[in-house]
Ligand binder design. Structure first.
Ligand code: NIG
Ligand code: ZN
Length: 412
């Protein structure tokens, strides 16, 4: 099936595939073609160019996109989309003065979600999660990473990872799976964190790997959760088994997690709200991608990651939603890029690069996703009639999406 899209007001992110994530000045460049055409064939992008050079092509369908723009779908490289219930009560508690950390210290937070998940059947967990997945798809997300981490036991973690696997099979949206057993210490190991780490390494990790349920390994490296040496133990064991690190570091405190993660060739270090000079130096000497999560900062009222500083230091940089019930109950990547422009002072080109091509690198799918490139999957967003692409970020909170194509097919 060949579909030809014509009279595209501006076709964004048209590029040959960069083999590594964009850095520094390259982040400011967004290649586009005004008054363009785009040809897709079955599930793939086949050809594009200026309407002035439109070749004669026999097609099955032609779609006139006058006034509309086209850009690749968002890649969301950091989510916790599989969870049960919600944490609205903690939201109210925070409005009334408690902090995220205080709520967690009282047994809420991640442990609250773990309890709800334990009391939710696998089918129900799938049903709740698939609704979120379909909803972010309609908001233009064409690929996302999903973490476990609300199971915190062999059964619980495998239940979450099986749900992620089912979502992969069910949906055309590309999904990558991450094992985050070390998200919090469960109550059953309250006084013995080391024993929980032993249990992760000796019992949960081997099952996750032998059942092929995860590509990545994550640890919440933070005061009150897992120390740098805890993380190193887990990364040592998991990388030996072939999992690639993508870790939570520097959310509330800079405790040295970035340097340690880089030692284990982390693909990404995520959060980075609190950064010290030595963290920047460590990232400058590595290929690890910095992933910032502006909706978490927005929702919790914590500092934003110093994105401009990271980009200026030449560190490859991506944006993600962190969709989860506690610190970012939204997976709306349009809101992510808007917030990155408004609060982190990224320009629209940097924000779009960070949420498309660099985000694809941040989840290991840049050879197939993240740009309008012949041979890549035909995943793209068609906007409504908008004056410019910067308007998409300026017009925050409003839905400027006309339709979303995943694998060459329009979503309902
Ligand atoms: N900080 C650790 N994990 C999540 C929050 C998880 C939760 O509160 O349920 C995050 O990335 O913000
Ligand atoms: Zn997270």
């Amino acid at each position: 099936m060949k579909i030809l899209f014509t009279n595209i007001k501006e076709l964004l992110q048209t590029r040959d595939n960069p083999t590594t994530a964009l850095k520094a000045e390259a982040m400011k460049v967004l290649p586009t073609i005004k008054n363009a055409y785009l040809l897709i064939e079955d599930q793939k992008i086949s050809q594009y160019g200026s309407m002035n050079n439109l070749p004669t092509i026999e097609v099955d369908k032609q779609v006139d996109l006058s006034g509309k723009m086209v850009l690749p779908t968002w890649c969301d490289s950091h989510t916790h989309l599989v969870y049960a219930g919600n944490r609205e009560q903690e939201f109210i508690d925070r409005i009334n003065g408690l902090s995220y950390e205080e709520i967690a210290a009282k047994g809420g937070g991640i442990l609250n979600s773990a309890k709800t998940l334990e009391n939710t059947s696998e089918n129900e967990l799938f049903e709740q999660s698939v609704k979120r997945l379909e909803s972010v798809g309609r908001l233009g997300t064409g690929a996302l990473e999903i973490k476990s981490g609300y199971g915190l036991s062999l059964e619980g973690e495998l239940k979450m990872l099986r749900v992620i696997k089912r979502l992969k099979e069910y949906s055309g949206i590309t999904i990558k799976s991450t094992f985050l057993g070390a998200h919090a210490v469960p109550l059953s190991f309250k006084e013995n964190r080391q024993a929980y780490i032993d249990y992760i390494i000796a019992t949960i990790l081997p099952e996750v790997v032998s059942q092929g349920l995860a590509e990545y390994i994550d640890v919440f490296c933070e005061k009150g959760y897992f120390s740098v040496s805890d993380m190193e133990r887990i990364l040592e064991a998991a990388t030996e088994k072939g999992l690639i690190p993508k870790v939570h570091v520097n959310q509330f405190n800079a405790i040295g997690g970035i340097k340690a993660a880089i030692k284990y060739n982390a693909l990404t270090v995520d959060h980075l709200e609190v950064i010290e000079e030595q963290d920047i130096t460590a990232m400058q000497n590595a290929n690890t991608i910095a992933v910032a999560l502006p909706l978490c900062s927005f929702f919790l009222g914590i500092p934003y990651s110093p994105a401009k500083k990271l980009i200026e230091a030449g560190i490859p940089f991506a944006l993600a939603s962190d969709y989860n019930p506690g610190s970012s109950p939204s997976g709306n990547m349009n809101q992510v890029v808007s917030t990155a422009c408004i609060k982190m002072k990224l320009n629209p080109e940097e924000a779009i690069n960070a949420a498309t091509i660099n985000a694809a690198h941040a989840m290991g799918i840049a050879s197939t996703h993240g740009s309008i490139t012949p041979g890549k999957v035909a995943n793209f967003i068609i906007t409504k009639d908008v004056p410019s692409y910067g308007y998409l970020m300026y017009d925050f909170g409003n839905n400027n999406i006309d339709s979303v194509y995943i694998n060459g097919m329009a979503l309902d």
